[in-house]
Design a protein around this ligand. Structure first.
Ligand code: F6P
Length: 373
């Protein structure tokens, strides 16, 4: 059968996944005819053996294309939806791994993927992961595939919102993805020159935001841009959530539970409502006409930036090098600009949040940017 390596993409898609698949595929061919087997739609493809050999033609011309040619899903091998139930299908995944005679499986994904990969590692599979997410919340790596492109999209969006906000003398609230981390909103807010930046790591008080906006108006500014991370919350909500998290009884229904719950759709619904409520509140508190723009999945679509293509290519080739050196059970990371191997155990289940004293926050504060605190 010859040497064979598997690959899958899992979790939310982002620009740069194809560049990483291409890099792994080209590098294994250069290594001397190793076949790359692509599994479709994340871990689901490994569990149900939906796979194809990725030949030179299927890897050609994809570096600039967004999304993933392999498809993706958020399905977990240990909680795979099957016939209306969630079943532990790790053994089926391991069986297919062996059936294909794989030497290793490359899992490209975010936080959830690292946890899933660890399950497979514990079953004896040779796993190597590559970090991707526009949220930039994977620990032990400076950055992840997709973040730079999303930053560009959000910055461009904020630029465009500036001109319309100025023409109409409005406040524009722009909601930016990032799940429970504020990296994307912080970076895009700074790059786009937002006047207020709200991130989950710094709970806000609506009155403080209103003050900052009114001060701008008094100083003759015709508009204000408020960049809100989707996971941002008020001090009041943060306290409620903390209490809920401490409670043993998790049966609390409704919105507050939604913010706490693992379910992404509950999280999104609760936070979209939050951002809309904040928008209305700001209009009432300031008397300034206010509009809301939710950037949503636009942030994850389209062609990867040059930086993401470069990152994906470096991580992909370093991943093949790790397989050649039989360095398994690691995430290929970038630390202080250099490629590093991080044990998956150190990453799985952890989140990299923005430290309150991060240099980006200090820099923004020294420009007078308000964090609503
Ligand atoms: O993790 C990437 C991300 O885009 C988050 O920023 C966002 O909260 C989530 O995925 C959206 O997920 P879905 O595409 O499943 O709605």
């Amino acid at each position: 059968m010859g040497r064979r390596i598997g690959i899958l993409t899992s979790g939310g898609d982002c620009p740069g996944l194809n560049a990483a698949i291409r890099a792994v595929g080209k590098a294994v061919r250069e290594e001397g005819g190793i076949t790359l087997v692509g599994f479709r739609d994340g871990f689901r493809g490994l569990v149900f053996d939906k796979s194809e050999d990725l030949d030179a033609m299927s890897l050609s011309g994809i570096i600039s294309i967004g999304g993933t040619i392999l498809g993706t899903s958020r399905d977990k091998p240990h909680r795979m939806p099957v016939g209306g139930k969630e079943l532990d299908m790790c053994e089926a995944a391991a069986e297919n791994y062996r059936k294909h005679g794989l030497e290793a499986i490359v899992c490209i994904g975010g936080g959830g993927t690292q946890k899933n990969a660890l399950k497979l590692k514990k079953m004896g599979l040779n796993v190597v992961t590559i970090p991707k997410t526009i949220d930039n919340d994977i620990p032990c790596t400076d950055t992840s595939i997709g973040f730079d492109t999303a930053l560009g999209v959000c910055t461009d969006a904020i630029d465009r919102l500036h001109s319309t906000a100025m023409s109409h003398q409005r406040i524009i609230v722009v909601e930016i993805m990032g799940h429970r981390a504020g990296w994307l909103a912080l970076a895009a807010g700074m790059a786009g020159g937002a006047d207020v930046i709200l991130i989950p790591e710094i709970p806000y008080t609506p009155e403080r935001i209103a003050e900052a906006v009114k001060k701008r108006k008094l100083n003759g500014k015709r508009f204000s841009i408020v960049a809100v991370a989707e996971g941002a919350m008020s001090l009041e909500d943060a306290a409620k959530i903390r209490k809920l998290a401490e409670r043993k009884d998790k049966s609390e229904p409704g919105e507050e539970r939604g913010k706490l719950a693992g379910s992404l759709s509950a999280f999104h619904k609760a936070h979209a409502e939050n951002t809309l409520r904040l928008t209305n509140l700001l209009e009432n508190m300031t008397g300034i006409e206010t509009r809301l723009t939710i950037l949503g999945h636009l942030q994850r679509g389209g062609s990867p930036s040059g930086a993401d293509r470069l990152l994906a290519t470096r991580l992909g080739t370093a991943c093949v090098e790790a397989v050649e050196k039989r360095r398994f059970g690691v995430m290929i990371a970038v630390k202080a600009g250099e490629i590093a191997h991080v044990p998956i155990e150190d990453v799985a289940g952890e989140k990299k949040l923005v430290p309150g004293d991060h240099e980006w926050i200090q820099s923004a504060r020294s420009l007078g940017t308000s964090f609503g605190d």
